[in-house]
Design a protein around this ligand. Structure first.
Ligand SMILES: NC(=O)c1ccc[n+]([C@@H]2O[C@H](COP(=O)([O-])OP(=O)(O)OC[C@H]3O[C@@H](n4cnc5c(N)ncnc54)[C@H](OP(=O)(O)O)[C@@H]3O)[C@@H](O)[C@H]2O)c1
Length: 325
């Protein structure tokens, strides 16, 4: 009788050890047996690429840290990119796909700009590109439209997909805080980045709706074609006028496909009737409403950001990637 050889471990390289990367690393290190059982072989975190490897990171052993992201990624079965930014993330992802690796990313700006092209590279070389975390973090909206609603016909999607701006708008509407004070408070509480442009100008939401539209209809949805107006131009008079009409101002991302198959996407501040489900979304919560011919309206809601919440989606993609391989 011969012994069955032990299954080869599935090697995971983590590019980024910040808010999301640290949450992913902690979960993998603390629950290794769970992932081994899910995959039928051990899942090994081979390293974590960061800019500053001398900084102590809670829950990540120092020996796993490296500043050489390219060398780390070159040896992995799955490359998880959570460093953000277009470069070097784009080059690292493309290199991994060119050698047939599986790639998981949470990088909405990169996928909104280069998703088509990177998918083509993955197809050509037998790899896989997964990015559930890029849109609404743990809320499974991309797999929902791509898989669960695949046999239906989606006609429109609309939602609140940027929690930072919703937090600001909610403070104004519910607490009567002046708009400029609400922006300042959101910054102090960490709801807005040090540079809040991407959120306030609607660029974060635009990237998400472009990815969602392409996933829903399988056609290119160029980021440059999304009509975008952020909330930075709103005034206290706009909010007072909406309140006077019994309405609530929300930053709404939407996309629809017309009879000719043309997809149109937009991110706009809209004044919604108070009874609209989108008008009732509180704080940093996200929601998306998908209209499909057979299903009717389907609504998904939850935390659209946060380390653990985004790690949930990243790890779901890791399991999917490992099974695909
Ligand atoms: N945070 C969320 O709630 C959330 C939600 C959904 C999607 N995302 C996406 O997830 C990604 C990561 O976000 P995050 O909030 O975790 O960012 P973060 O906290 O700023 O972390 C970025 C990490 O990447 C590392 N890094 C950056 N550039 C690098 C480079 N050139 N070489 C090596 N390491 C580099 C940083 O190293 P140092 O630590 O040494 O600086 C840091 O560990 C972004 O694409 C973001 O859009 C985030």
């Amino acid at each position: 009788m011969t012994d069955t050889p032990a299954p080869r471990p599935f090697r995971l390289a983590l590019l980024g050890g910040g808010t999301v990367g640290a949450a992913v690393a902690r979960r993998l290190l603390q629950h290794g047996e769970t992932y081994a059982a899910l995959l039928g072989r051990p899942l090994v975190l081979t390293g974590v690429a960061v800019r500053d490897a001398s900084r102590v990171r809670d829950g990540i052993p120092a020996e796993l840290l490296t500043t050489d992201a390219a060398a780390l990624a070159a040896e992995a079965d799955v490359v998880v990119e959570v460093m953000g930014g277009l470069e070097p993330a784009g080059t690292l992802i493309e290199a991994a796909l060119r050698r047939g690796a599986q790639v998981v990313t949470a990088n909405k700006q990169l996928i909104a700009r280069r998703g088509e092209e990177l998918h083509a590279v993955a197809r050509e070389h037998g790899g896989g590109l997964h990015y559930e975390a890029a849109v609404m973090a743990a809320v499974p909206v991309l797999s929902g439209v791509r898989e669960s609603l695949a046999g239906d016909e989606i006609t429109a999607v609309r939602g609140i997909v940027n929690g930072s701006t919703n937090y600001v708008l909610d403070l104004v509407a519910r607490e009567g805080v002046a708009f400029s004070d609400a922006v300042r408070q959101a910054g102090e509480l960490g709801y807005l980045e040090a540079d809040p442009t991407e959120d306030l100008e609607g660029l974060d939401a635009a990237a998400k709706i472009a990815i969602l539209a392409r996933t829903a209809w399988g056609v290119p949805a160029p980021l440059g074609d999304v009509e975008v107006t952020g909330i930075s131009g709103l005034t206290d008079e706009d909010f007072a006028a909406a309140e006077g009409r019994g309405e609530v101002v929300k930053l709404v991302a939407s996309a629809e496909r017309d009879d000719q198959g043309v997809v149109r996407a937009a991110v706009l501040p809209l004044s919604l009737p108070a009874a609209d489900p989108l008008a009732q979304v509180r704080g940093g919560t996200n929601v998306v409403e998908i209209d499909a011919v057979l299903a009717g309206p389907v609504r998904l809601t939850g935390a659209g950001a946060g380390g653990d919440q985004t790690a949930s989606a990243v790890l779901g993609d890791v399991v999917r990637a490992a099974r695909a391989r």
